[in-house]
Write a protein that binds this ligand. Structure first.
Ligand SMILES: Nc1ncnc2c1ncn2[C@@H]1O[C@H](COP(=O)(O)OP(=O)(O)OP(=O)(O)O)[C@@H](O)[C@H]1O
Ligand SMILES: [Mg+2]
Length: 200
């Protein structure tokens, strides 16, 4: 996988359970690691144990306000504080797995992710947020994303939101074969892409 040409890339990855989101994200992480970048993964489901070279933060809480607080604390300690002290921070990529549990629809973005979002261009950090369903994710995230990676979705409301982004995007997602996905660019043009092979 190729990295994009900006160092503050925001990506939203959505797809039903088992559709291929983490596999795509692992390939993106490997591309960053291969470029010598440090990677930080917030991993509530504890499925990122084996990525050599990445910092994996596995919170104690699995949901609710406690999880939001742990996410905020991690961002403050590992990303924001080093940046405030030195105008630099160690990570070039922040991955938020299961983001709909703490960056959920209907609640404002937590302060620290909002701060990072506003400062990303100066921080040279990219952000990947992953969720099962498009509508469960805070609306600001896909809106702010340079790329959307969309695996199988089936909810009526998800389909409506996709159709609002780009005409025919809902039909493209409906037509997806196993492990295929639709990639939407910043102009909201989209293309169906072949599966990303998992690495064992
Ligand atoms: N291109 C592919 N070819 C074969 N198997 C694949 C492919 N992509 C993913 N898989 C397999 O499918 C399973 C689910 O993939 P993955 O973990 O990426 O899904 P996910 O969308 O992250 O699921 P979840 O919502 O449970 O986190 C894994 O066992 C993975 O190895
Ligand atoms: Mg996954």
């Amino acid at each position: 996988m190729q990295l994009g040409n900006r160092d503050d890339e925001r990506i939203t990855v959505v797809g039903l359970q088992g559709s291929g989101k983490s596999t795509w994200t692992h390939a993106y992480i490997r591309a960053h690691l291969a470029a010598g970048h440090k990677v930080l993964v917030f991993d509530p489901m504890k499925e990122y144990g084996k990525i050599a070279g990445a910092t994996v933060y596995q919170p104690k809480a699995s949901g609710g306000d406690a999880l939001r607080r742990e996410f905020e604390t991690m961002l403050y300690k590992l990303v924001i504080l080093p940046y405030k002290r030195n105008r630099t921070q160690p990570y070039r990529l922040l991955v938020c797995e299961e983001a709909s549990r703490y960056l959920m629809h209907g609640k404002p973005l937590p302060d620290n992710i909002g701060w990072i979002n506003d400062t990303m261009r100066h921080m040279h950090i990219s952000l990947v947020c992953i969720a099962r369903r498009f509508v469960q994710l805070n609306v600001d995230l896909p809106e702010l994303s340079h790329r959307l990676i969309i695996y199988r979705q089936s909810g009526v409301n998800d389909m409506r939101r996709l159709a609002d982004i780009s005409e025919g995007l809902d039909d493209a997602v409906r037509s997806l074969e196993k492990y295929h996905y639709v990639e939407v660019d910043s102009e909201r043009r989209y293309e169906i892409r072949p599966p990303v092979p998992p690495v064992s």
